[in-house]
Structure formats: C-alpha cells, structure tokens
Design a protein around this ligand. Structure first.
Ligand SMILES: Cc1cc2nc3c(=O)[nH]c(=O)nc-3n(C[C@H](O)[C@H](O)[C@H](O)COP(=O)(O)OP(=O)(O)OC[C@H]3O[C@@H](n4cnc5c(N)ncnc54)[C@H](O)[C@@H]3O)c2cc1C
Length: 454
C-alpha cells in the first residue's frame, strides 16, 4: 500500500483514486464513505453534472446551480475523501500513478485501487468541422452555449422585418433522434409554443420551426417500436418536423445540407443547429488500451472483465460510459450501478475477501420525456407512454435532483419548472451582444476550449 495523500494519517491506508465525479465516480466515492480507505476524486470540472437535465438548462428552464452541485460540497461530510480539481492526462498502470494537470502545474497521485469514470464526449462521426456550427450537449458550457444561441436567435428575429431573413433565425435543427435529440426537440418546441408567449412583438414565437433529423428509420432507434411511434406522435403534435432517412452531410453557419435515402438532397436554412448524433468515450480509454491487453468498441469504450476490472490489472476498475460490457447502454443508471459495484469489490478486498463478484445490472426505469405529460418509458418488460410515463420521469428526476441538494428548495423549483412552462433562466450568455452573425466559442473537436472551468 502507498501512503495516503489525505490528511496526516500516520498509518498508510488503502488508497483509492477515482477519475471523474460524474455518475460512475460519485456513486463509487459515496459507496466508500464508511470504508477504511482514503479516497481521492480527481475531476477536471468542479461540479457533478446532472446530464439528463442539461437540455432543461439549455432551454432556460433550470439554472446551472440546479443541475451542477459542486463535487466538493456533495462530498463534504465524507471525511475519508478529498476532491482535487485536475485534468487527468495520463495513467501509469505499472507504477500505479495518475498524472493530472491542475492550476499551472502537473501533479501525480498514486493508488492501490483505481476507478476510471471519465464518461464520454460528443462524436461528430468524422465530421469534426460540424462542431463549430452545431454544438453538442455534454457539458454545462455546452448548455450555456446553446442557450445563448437559442435566445440570441429569437432576439435577432425581433430585429428583422424581412421574412426571408427572419425565417432561418426561427428554424432550429437537431441532428440525431436518439433520447437526447428527442428530448431537446420537445423542449425547443415547448419553449417556442408556450414558454415565450407574448414575449415578442415583431413575430409570433409559435411560428418557429423545430426540425429533427436522423438517418435511421425511426426516432429512438433502440427502443421498442410501439414507443418509437408514440414518441414521434408526441413530437408531431408539438409541431416538430421529424425527418427520418435523412443524413446531415454538411453543416455551416447558414444551415444544413441533407441527403435522403433515395440520394436526393436538400438544404435547410437555419441559424441554430444542435448535434445529438453520437458519443465517443473519453480518450483516457486509449491510454488504458495501449498499456493493457484490452480492446475497445467503435465508440472507444473499453472491454472490461465481468467484475469491471481491466484485463491484467485487477486493481483498475472501468465504469460508466467508458466501460463496454454485454452491450449495456451508456446511461446514468449503468454508471451508478457500476460505480457502486467497483466500490463494493474494493471494500470486500480490503476486508480480505478474494472472491470478486461479477457485475449484475438491474434494469430499472428508462424514460424519455418529450413534452409536459408526454413521455415514453420502459420498466423491465413493461412499456408505458403518456402522462403516467411522464409522472415517472418527473418522480425519478425529482429524487435524483434532490439527492445532493437542499431538498425543499430543489423540490419546489423542480415542481414549478416541470408543471409550468415559463423559461426564466436566460442570463449568463457570453454572446449576447457580439456583432458577428454566429456565436463561436468551440474548437473543431467539439470540446469546450476552456479547461479547468467550474
Ligand atoms: C444531454 C444528455 C441527456 C442524458 N439523459 C439521460 C437520461 O435521461 N437517462 C440516463 O440514464 N442517462 C442519460 N444520459 C447519459 C448519462 O448522463 C451518462 O450515461 C452518465 O452521465 C455517464 O456517467 P459517467 O460517470 O460514466 O460519466 P459522466 O457523468 O459524464 O462523468 C464523467 C466525469 O469525468 C470527468 N472527466 C472526464 N475526463 C476527465 C479527465 N481527463 N480528467 C478528470 N476528469 C475527467 C468529467 O468532468 C465528468 O465530471 C444523458 C446524457 C446527456 C449528455
């Protein structure tokens, strides 16, 4: 065992380093709170991001504080745990060290057990140039960026009297009709149909077009057919134009080029474009794969052993979106359960047990909310759609959101947000009065250019 980096402990305790304070990492850390180990959580941002609510922040329904509590604050009562703000750049599996860049310097922290939970980013499927014009929605900066673009488009439309110039400003294109794309399309439609009522004089926000594109033949392609149809109906009732078998082949400042299944093409003039087309696991996966005898799948997810360890390195656990095991989906629930499983194995080993258990995923609720009182849900073999599914979505998010926060205030705010349609969170937009046509603050890789931002 190595000496702990925590406090002044005289006796070296088992040291656990956790990379990432997202769902996998945070739930691993919390499951270790009473264990006789020293835990170090390293994250390149200071907050735990509740990604399933990002689109609510992007459309002005929730604020940053609602969905991104500080990791340090969440873990404040956990005396065996320290939180370090740093961007992990390397993992040395032989010397058991994690290297990270932090405020102006490079640091190392050694481990006896390592939990790798850095999640995934957006994948532009080889078209990295799209990132400049169509941001993805993965980080809190992404949500601000998108919020800025959306409200700026409405403000610009208010100043524009010529309809041929105003229409593209009021056209919103979302590329990718998976869960994120569907939820975002629903939110943008609700925002324009209800949230901005009577806010503008020069046009009616209800005239805004929301277009959802996907090259697949259905929305929510991995979901049961009946729920796909219901989700599509809900979107269409909100006025979302769902265009399937349609691939975005070009995205620039003024719009999107689309190629259809029969080879025909067309162009959508649109100021605001959002990418919800794919994900790519953290580059830390490549670092692990290079040093171990491990394979990764198309999205860069690392194949792990059934107990979630890296082949050849039983002290290294890979959890959450970076882990590939039995085609489990990249979801918050998988991340939480896998993080907890890694923590349990570490606790058992510290107690002297050597019979590691396999990870068993308990398939709980999966739910996609399209609009108020309109959602689709799977619970094991059960399929539910409509207001019952929406109430399930509401309840699940209520429990998750209030877990790390002041429960009463979070409960009141979330309930008001979910049942009313007002969008009051419109501040914090860096691009408000910039003169150029399109706000650009992103690198071509689609990643935020700012590092070590809270
Ligand atoms: C818009 C959106 C909506 C979603 N909706 C749902 C939903 O409704 N239901 C559902 O189940 N799932 C949903 N998901 C998926 C779910 O959020 C993820 O599957 C889950 O967050 C994965 O957890 P994780 O711990 O693996 O990664 P994350 O939660 O992404 O956490 C990774 C953490 O690691 C940190 N990190 C990354 N790289 C480094 C590094 N090099 N150094 C230090 N720290 C690093 C990050 O800052 C982050 O805090 C959604 C995702 C998105 C983007």
């Amino acid at each position: 065992m190595t000496a702990s980096t925590n406090g002044n402990t005289a006796v070296a305790r088992h040291s656990v380093v956790i990379i990432g304070g997202g769902f996998g990492g945070l739930y691993a850390a919390r499951a270790l709170r009473h264990a006789p180990v020293d835990v170090t959580v390293v994250d390149r941002v200071k907050h735990h991001l509740f990604q399933p609510m990002l689109y609510q922040a992007a459309t002005g329904a929730l604020s940053e504080g609602d969905i991104a509590p500080p990791i340090r604050d969440v873990l404040r009562r956990q005396r065996n745990t320290e939180v370090l703000w740093g961007d992990v750049t390397d993992i040395d599996l032989e010397s058991r060290e994690v290297v990270f860049e932090t405020i102006g310097r490079s640091e190392r922290v050694s481990y006896d057990s390592l939990v790798v939970a850095p999640g995934a980013g957006a994948s532009y499927l080889g078209h990295n140039g799209f990132a400049i014009h169509a941001p993805a929605l993965k980080t809190i900066e992404d949500a601000f960026e998108l919020r800025g673009r959306v409200f700026r488009a409405f403000e610009m439309a208010e100043l524009e009297r010529r309809s041929e110039r105003r229409d593209p400003l009021l056209t919103f294109v979302i590329v990718g009709a998976g869960a994120t794309g569907v939820e975002l399309a629903g939110q943008l439609a609700e925002l324009s149909r209800h949230g901005l009522k009577r806010n503008f004089r020069g046009f009616n926000p209800q005239d805004a077009r929301v277009i959802l594109l996907d090259r697949a033949d259905a929305v929510l392609p991995t979901w049961p057919e009946r729920l796909q149809r219901r989700a599509r109906q809900y979107l269409q009732r909100l006025g979302v134009e769902v265009r399937l078998h349609s691939t975005a082949t070009g995205i620039d400042a003024d719009g999107v080029d689309v190629t259809h299944q029969d080879g025909s093409t067309d162009r959508i003039q649109a100021y605001t474009k959002v990418w919800a087309g794919g994900v790519q696991a953290s580059p830390l996966g490549r670092i692990l794969a290079r040093q171990s005898d491990t394979t990764s799948d198309r999205s860069g997810r690392i194949s792990v052993r059934p107990d979630l360890t890296l082949p050849g390195y039983p002290e290294v656990f890979v959890v959450g979106d970076l882990m590939s095991l039995k085609r489990l989906p990249a979801s918050a629930e998988v991340a939480k359960q896998s993080g907890r499983h890694a923590a349990r194995t570490i606790k058992r080993r510290v107690k002297g047990h050597s019979d590691d258990r396999q990870f068993r995923y308990h398939d709980r609720l999966a739910v996609v909310s399209v609009a108020r009182f309109r959602a689709v849900a799977r619970i094991g073999g059960l399929r539910v759609a409509g207001s019952v599914a929406w109430l399930m979505w509401f309840a699940v998010h209520l429990v998750r959101l209030t877990r790390f926060k002041h429960r009463l205030s979070a409960l009141a705010k979330w309930t008001a947000m979910a049942f009313r349609r007002k969008r009051r969170q419109r501040a914090g937009d860096r691009h408000d009065l910039a003169a150029d046509g399109e706000p650009v603050a992103r690198s071509e890789s689609g990643q935020s250019q700012r590092r070590l931002t809270g």
